[in-house]
Design a protein around this ligand. Structure first.
Ligand SMILES: *[C@@H]1O[C@H](CO)[C@@H](O)[C@H](O)[C@H]1NC(C)=O
Ligand SMILES: *[C@@H]1O[C@H](CO)[C@@H](O)[C@H](O)[C@H]1NC(C)=O
Ligand SMILES: [Cu+2]
Length: 340
């Protein structure tokens, strides 16, 4: 039933969406590491990001969102307690990057989504081309708020966060190179070693995913609104690639293997923090009534407490909803990309 509703929604939205839902993936786009991009490719991507940051909000559903970028960050804020430390972690962030692809397309961008092959720079993050001030994201922030003060994203305002608040603040980050080895090849190999999805989402989550977040402290390392920093998209491109690399070790099985809880266990909350949901809320507050009013049921589409392929993911109207099944194989008709 849900499936039929989703398909109907897709059909009705197909004309408005810049990326139409296809029935076949004939020529997948290729996601490459930022290291391997040509200058003009980097320039086109950065300009599209700047465009999203400056475009006015469109859906008017996200509390506190003033720009298109804010709406995107708000989507993550609203879902924060069901997409971290849960089985939804990998499929939801894969869908989230697809929402980002659509926003890039709205700004005229025609290239592929990037990722950052972090193992190449582990142990020497500050030297990475990712932090270039012209063809990158600028470096570590400066001043008391660690505002990014060089490069294409200096002096830009994000209205979503910190935590569950909506207060204007600068794009900020703080690089701690000593932590960057947490994303090295040995760490990645370990993260993608487990035999089952139920183990692998946890080793990816706790391993290089958290390691990169700690080494970069994007938006004050805020678990709720870190996508405010455009660099998040390169880091999560890398996280998505780790899932893909794990899947590609046994594609016939792993493009349909799903599991893990669909909501945080209130007693545990975020795996990376002590205490449960209630105690952790001291760090970032609680979702406001306006946020709760648009927060989907974490079980949507699942028969019980674990994530299944029929789990429905929503972007609250930015793009049509999709199921976890839709995003399992990136080179399938819904996403149509591959990694190099
Ligand atoms: C930074 O942004 C503020 C507010 O948008 C603006 O008034 C100011 O001129 C900008 N500063 C620089 C150096 O661009
Ligand atoms: C969720 O998955 C775990 C691990 O396989 C299992 O033990 C548990 O019974 C499942 N819970 C539900 C409600 O299906
Ligand atoms: Cu996230």
């Amino acid at each position: 039933m849900i499936r039929i509703l989703v398909l109907a929604l897709v059909a009705s939205c197909a004309v408005a969406s810049p990326l139409k839902r296809q029935t076949k993936c004939a020529s997948p786009t290729v996601r490459r590491s930022w290291h391997d991009w040509k200058d003009d490719e980097k320039k086109a991507y950065i300009e599209a990001e700047q465009c999203i940051l400056k475009s006015p909000a469109k859906t008017n559903k996200m509390p506190g969102a003033k720009t298109r970028w804010d709406e995107f960050v708000s989507l993550h804020q609203i879902h924060a307690l069901q997409i971290h430390s849960t089985g939804q972690f990998l499929p939801w962030h894969r869908y989230f990057l697809h929402v980002h692809e659509v926003l890039l397309a709205e700004c005229g961008y025609k290239g592929a989504h990037p990722y950052w092959d972090e193992p190449r720079d582990a142990g020497k993050f500050p030297q990475s081309p990712v932090f270039d001030t012209k063809l990158g994201f600028g470096g570590t922030g400066s001043g008391t708020n660690a505002c990014v003060s060089d490069g294409p994203f200096k002096n830009l305002t994000v209205n979503i966060g910190p935590g569950f608040t909506t207060q204007p603040r600068c794009v900020n980050r703080k690089i701690t190179n000593a932590l960057s080895s947490l994303t090295n090849k040995a760490a990645v190999d370990k993260a993608i070693a487990p035999a089952t999805y139920e183990e692998a989402w946890i080793t990816i989550y706790n391993g290089p995913h958290l390691g990169g977040h700690m080494a970069l402290a994007m938006m004050n390392g805020d678990s709720i609104t870190s996508p405010g920093d455009p660099l998040f998209m390169l880091h999560h491109g890398f996280v998505d690639k780790m899932w893909w690399d794990w899947q590609m070790k046994a594609p016939e099985k792993r493009f349909s293997e799903m599991g893990g809880p669909n909501a945080q266990d209130p007693a545990t909350g975020f795996l990376e923090f002590p205490g449960g949901v209630e105690q952790e809320s001291a760090m970032w507050g609680k979702p406001t009534a306006a946020m709760l009013a648009v927060t989907p049921d974490p079980r949507s589409g699942d028969p019980a407490g674990n994530v299944t392929l029929s789990h429905v993911m929503t972007s609250l109207g930015i793009i049509p909803d999709a199921t976890v099944g839709d995003v399992m194989d990136p080179s399938g008709p819904y996403l149509c990309y591959t990694y190099q």
